[in-house]
Design a protein around this ligand. Structure first.
Ligand code: DAT
Ligand code: MG
Length: 152
């Protein structure tokens, strides 16, 4: 498994509930590298593209209303296997079924207020990163403690 990038977003409920630091720290402590971060209130157009695969689902308009209702913290995280690992850190979509220890398992109850989004695969990650970020907003950098993060 190579070095990957994934898109993660703290949804408006996570921002409103003061969970930004808690969530960022879980990804940092795991050992992933933050390469882009911004706070943005998404337009309807952006939200509808982001959740385009769910367009026909009954919850679609409520989902778009919710995600556009206030600031979201949008991020790109980089690391080995980060796409599937981020999904594990996040936990199952239904927070009551998410394992304790996961972000949703520890911090959420409601499926429509499940605090965080993470890309579900390589293609989705590529699509979502380019949807939310201009390439100039993504930073390539080398952690000073890199030698302690990887096997030699
Ligand atoms: P995930 O966010 O785990 O990738 P998903 O892609 O299936 O889940 O759905 C996107 C979001 O839509 C999810 O985080 C919350 C909302 N959602 C999904 N299923 C729902 C449902 N049955 N009722 C209400 N909201 C739902
Ligand atoms: Mg999804």
């Amino acid at each position: 498994m190579g070095i990957e990038r994934t898109f993660v977003a703290i949804k408006p409920d996570g921002v409103q509930r003061g969970l930004i630091g808690e969530i960022l720290s879980r990804f940092e402590r795991k050992g992933f590298k933050l390469v882009a971060l911004k706070q943005v209130t998404p337009s309807r157009e952006l939200a509808e593209k982001h959740y385009g695969v769910h367009r026909e689902r009954p919850f679609f308009s409520g989902l778009v209303d919710f995600i556009t209702s206030g600031p979201v913290v949008a991020m790109v995280w980089e690391g080995e296997g980060v796409i599937s690992s981020a999904r594990k850190l996040i936990g199952a979509t239904k927070p009551l079924e998410s394992e304790p220890g996961t972000i949703r398992g520890d911090l959420a109850v409601n499926i429509g207020r499940n605090v965080i989004h993470g890309s579900d695969g390589a293609e989705t990650a590529k699509f979502e990163i380019s949807l939310w970020f201009d390439s100039s907003e993504i930073n390539d950098w080398i952690p000073a403690d890199l030698v302690w993060r990887v096997e030699s």
